[in-house]
Design a protein around this ligand. Structure first.
Ligand code: NI
Length: 180
């Protein structure tokens, strides 16, 4: 079975809030999920992606290898059943984007450093500590697995603005192109 770019689930789709299940073993299904996440992340030019974003409620996310390991020649790193072990007291506010909120950037304050433990695609447990963008990506993607989203960091007014903007774009997408 070949890999495929899957449609991105866009907020406020309830699938982004669904409870995710643990991966018990690395099956062919999990390998295919990994490949689909890779293809989709690359197609949409993300630096990270979580399974619920393609409608699969499984505890796995990917981070681009340049961000995760400083090596652009490696494939995206899989974090399976991840657990954030600790974060720094030091915080930093940065604009954050998300494939499930196309075109939206929100300033979010998060710890500057984060340490994560996860299972890799080979079934081995590993730990990784990140700073700056990597720490932010770890926390952002890990949030997806617990149903937490960017809009949960903003007030009701800003949340409504984001909702309107995404609805307007969804309507535009539905307009059929002449002759297409
Ligand atoms: Ni996201």
């Amino acid at each position: 079975m070949g890999m495929a770019v899957r449609p991105i689930v866009v907020w406020p789709d309830p699938r982004l809030r669904e409870e995710t299940r643990e991966v018990v073993e690395i099956t062919d299904e999990i390998q295919t999920l990994y490949k689909d996440l890779c293809e989709t992340m690359v197609a949409y030019q993300g630096i990270g992606i979580a399974s619920p974003q393609i409608g699969v409620p499984v505890k796995m996310f990917l981070i681009d290898a340049l961000v995760a390991l400083g090596d652009e020649n490696l494939p995206p790193v899989a974090f399976i059943n991840p657990e954030v072990l600790g974060t720094s007291d030091e915080l930093e506010k940065c604009d954050e984007g998300c494939l499930s909120f196309p075109g939206i950037y929100v300033p979010i304050e998060r710890p500057v450093r984060a340490r994560v433990r996860a299972m890799g695609l080979n079934g081995e447990i590993f730990e990784l500590e990140g700073e700056g963008l990597l720490a932010r990506a770890i926390q952002h993607e890990n949030d997806h697995l617990t149903g937490k989203l960017m809009v949960d960091f903003v007030g009701p007014l800003k949340k409504r603005m984001i909702k309107r903007k995404l609805e307007r774009e969804a309507e535009l997408d539905d307009v059929p192109l002449a002759g297409a």
